[in-house]
Design a protein around this ligand. Structure first.
Ligand code: ADE
Ligand code: ZN
Length: 324
């Protein structure tokens, strides 16, 4: 089964590139840039990754990314991830990045995008791995700031495949960003949003109705609203599920208690993803393997999940035909 899961062509639709920063690269970038870290060793960093909830993770996630300063740093971050993903049988990655988390530290948008897109081009040339770029807004900052970031990204609109919404969910409903997403829609940018990770099912409905998203990131709490589930099924709106993330952020106590079997049973369009692999104990392959251990799924189930991701991906029709 492990060989099968490795060979299965996998597309990853929910990956925060800053969350792929492994402690080893964190240390080498800290040294390169003269940034002081509050840790003495790689082991100390890993030991600190013991989270109670989303916010306790976000605190370390924003702290860790302080080592990213130059375009080369963003390039190395993404290229390191693409190489690991490729070795795990990942054929397409949709990486989201958080421009505000870098702009607020004085790192310009062009530095971020130049480094990331250079790695995306090299990964396609060298590894045959395709990718898409999702620019995410931080929902715990103001809608006005997000609108400013969207405007500031004008020179890069052509390079951005979608906009997203992430960070601390509770108290920051999708409706807060309705105007920003309306503008993104007017610009022709597809939209995705985290909803129903820690927040209630009503946030998923808001993301559908007020942000007009084409995918929901997480969405595991949709089961609390049967009418919402029926609508998600009817519209075949994909959910990007992140199994190991949900365990590490205590959305569920253990993977064998995860609602994944119930979500499948309901007929929802599901995909498996790693979210923040450096922080949550593994990448795509580890997530697939953990589901095999927890749920004993057949090869057919994994083939269906992998196909869902390819069908829901931002990729050319030619690339989709090649992968399906
Ligand atoms: N940013 C990075 N990972 C996230 C997650 N799992 N939920 C919300 N925001 C995030
Ligand atoms: Zn996420």
């Amino acid at each position: 089964m492990q060989d099968f899961l490795t060979r299965l062509p996998k597309a990853e639709l929910h990956l925060h590139i800053e969350g792929s920063l492994e402690p080893e690269l964190m240390f080498s970038l800290a040294q390169r840039n003269g940034v002081a870290l509050p840790y003495g060793s790689v082991e100390e960093v890993r030991a600190a990754y013991d989270f109670d909830d989303l916010q306790s993770f976000l605190n370390l996630y924003y702290q860790g990314m302080a080592v990213l300063r130059t375009a080369d740093d963003f390039f190395d971050l993404a290229m390191d991830y693409f190489r690991r993903a490729h070795a795990e049988g990942v054929v397409h990655v949709e990486l989201s990045f958080d421009p505000q988390a870098h702009l607020s530290r004085g790192i310009r948008m062009d530095v971020q995008i130049e480094g990331l897109t250079k790695a995306m081009r090299l990964a396609e040339r060298e590894l045959g791995l395709t990718s898409a770029l999702i620019m995410s807004f931080l929902r715990d900052r103001s809608a006005a700031e997000a609108m400013g970031v969207l405007d500031q990204a004008a020179p890069y609109w052509e390079m951005i495949d979608a906009v997203g919404l992430d960070s601390a969910e509770l108290g920051h409903p999708p409706s807060k960003f309705a105007a920003v997403f309306e503008r993104a829609k007017a610009l022709g940018l597809p939209r995705v949003a985290h909803a129903g990770e820690e927040g209630p099912a009503s946030y998923i409905r808001e993301a559908m109705e007020q942000l007009d998203v084409c995918r929901i990131d997480h969405g595991v709490r949709c089961l609390e609203d049967p009418a919402l589930v029926a609508e998600l099924v009817e519209r075949r709106l994909p959910l990007t599920i992140c199994p190991l993330s949900n365990v590490r952020l205590k959305v569920v106590d253990r993977l064998d208690q995860h609602p994944l079997p119930a979500l499948l049973e309901a007929g929802l369009t599901l995909t498996l993803n790693s979210d923040d692999p450096a922080y949550f104990g593994g990448g795509m392959l580890e997530n697939f393997k953990a589901c095999e251990r927890a749920f004993g799924w057949s090869q057919e189930t994994f083939i269906d999940l992998a196909r869902n991701a390819i069908e829901a991906a931002f990729m050319s029709e030619a690339r989709r035909d090649e992968l399906l």
